[in-house]
Design a protein around this ligand. Sequence first.
Ligand code: ATP
Ligand code: K
Ligand code: MG
Length: 709
Amino acid sequence: MSVVGFDFGNENCLVAVARQRGIDVVLNDESNRETPAIVCFGDKQRFIGTAGAASTMMNPKNSISQIKRLIGRQFSDPELQRDIKSLPFSVTEGPDGYPLIHANYLGEVRAFTPTQVMGMMLSNLKGIAEKNLNAAVVDCCIGIPVYFTDLQRRAVLDAATIAGLHPLHLIHETTATALAYGIYKTDLPENEPLNVAFIDIGHASMQVCIAGFKKGQLKVLSHGFDRSLGGRDFDEALFHHFATKFKDEYKIDVSQNAKASLRLRAACEKLKKVLSANPVAPLNIECLMDEKDVRGVIKREEFEEISIPILERVKRPLEKALSDAGLTVEDVHMVEVVGSGSRVPAMIKILTEFFGKEPRRTMNASECVSRGCALQCAILSPTFKVREFQVHESFPFSISLAWKGAASDAQNGGAENQQSTIVFPKGNPIPSVKALTFYRSGTFSVDVQYSDVKDLQAPPKISTYTIGPFQSSKGERAKLKVKVRLNLHGIVSVESATLLEEEEVEVPVSKEQLEETSKMETASSETAPASGDSDVNMQDAKEAIDAAGTDNGAPESTDKPVHMETDSKAEAPKKKVKKTNVPLSEVVYGALKSVEVEKAVEKEFEMALQDRVMEETKDRKNAVESYVYDMRNKLSDKYQEYITDVEREAFLAKLQEVEDWLYEDGEDETKGVYVAKLEELKKVGDPVEVRYKESLERGSVIDQLGYCI
Ligand code: ATP
Ligand code: K
Ligand code: MG
């Protein structure tokens, strides 16, 4: 079983693996730890990661970046609309209302879903892990932003499937960081927790997590985030600054030119990094547009001035995290800053001001997420022994179940009868299972939805489940237990529905006992959900958590359910409850259907094959080329004596001919042609090589003999 953690960033991805001696962030083919999240589509193949980044400038319209911003969002999403304005590639609305990315690939324009593109990227990262581990990688943990919606989480799982990965846990990035922070600490307090605020400022977003650490455990107390506040906002501010300036000074409008925009943006990102370490930074771009070279310079103060609108937004997520944790800044013992976007000095100034203490950088700011993911994977893996450390994760949103009241079963069915109850309130532990009891006479449906979409950029409705058909033996309203699961990935689904029927009692029940039971039923009706509906009760389904065995040390939910049904009457010795599984059908809005995922897996396989064929073709072509050079050298050197002059001249001519061919007709041939060409040359060269080798061996035998004598 592989133990791998992936940090899939907006800009940079990192791969960490667990080895016997610890966690290592591994290098990609170009010997970098960070792999750009870019997929570039070419005429013959794709270029992914570092190769993709290298192709971006040459081929901006077909280089897909910002993948993490695009997945699991509706096309109409205002954030997505804002994002795609500055993207150099084309994104349109698909028939289902979700975005489609267009790129020229293999000579024609093709459309890809963001999930597919993320799959391509993950497949590249998987390859990096496999090369380093020298083994197949399937099981893994992938970091996700805490603000990812249900749909985005599902999209990441689908992308992983496309890449042939099986995530054991999609873990919140900040929680991964907190884990990587806490697990090595040997001085954590026994009683009063040490409260640490983790702030991750990435390329496109900012996340905050306040966690309480005790010996052997961490508890996530709260989350805060701004989905659209990150390093790229500084790039954008600089971009506008210089674009306006250049309009005046050079009479060029870079916004009208995709390549010029891309180059200026890239230069601004560089400039920003220079400003993190220097008080002034220059900007020079040759031939930016209309054959004009541009120059500019900016001081850090000026940069900070134009960044004020960005910096002003930093406090809000901090305040929210504090208030959700029920803490004041004095209660926060330590502030740890991670994410490369935090290298902007003004960011640190604001954090210092807010917390009244200097934020620390004890963690590796770019690697901690991937390390935490690998640690979590190691914890879940039976093959690794990891120090006992429990992570109590908390869910950032409130999730409700909504349904039409029972009264509408036959008659009105009006919207006014819509009922809902919060099943997993914000801060609910992950994972968790709750059971709701419904009293129904026929097939019915329930919606899973966000209780509050204020903090979200998502439609409220997540999914709809149709429960039934079922038949109650008494022909009356049947009692159904519906289990809802918030799984380890933070995805909610209705897991099962069970028909509960009380069967004939064997021991006669006394009158008092019967009355007792009916009284309890009345009581439960009266204290039913705040919505006033009386046909549903809810309880924590602890047994389900236990049975699934995926508890991961999360505590049993401590929140008060809307109505706690004791179930004691059902388990009373006088009655036996017959349980029957009721069929469920699920519609998740916007999610790929399993056939679509399967199709995407097949497509990915084909594209990967094409890439491999192209890589091998290049490889075989290189082999022909190096044979030509190598043989030519040897023919005038050590092979000279093992070939006649006539033969040598003919062979040299042949080599020259092949070299010319490589740059002309043979520039763009298939793998088979290059293989055949090499064979053709070897037919002439091999005998020479054999004669040379034989003579060497003879020579060495003589030498040895000579030495012995
Ligand atoms: P996200 O977390 O949003 O998914 P990510 O993990 O890819 O994105 P990081 O790699 O943490 O993001 O940060 C990338 C950002 O950090 C980029 O905007 C980059 O320009 C910025 N950055 C990197 N180095 C510096 C620096 N020295 N000074 C300022 N900003 C920097
Ligand atoms: K990253
Ligand atoms: Mg990140």
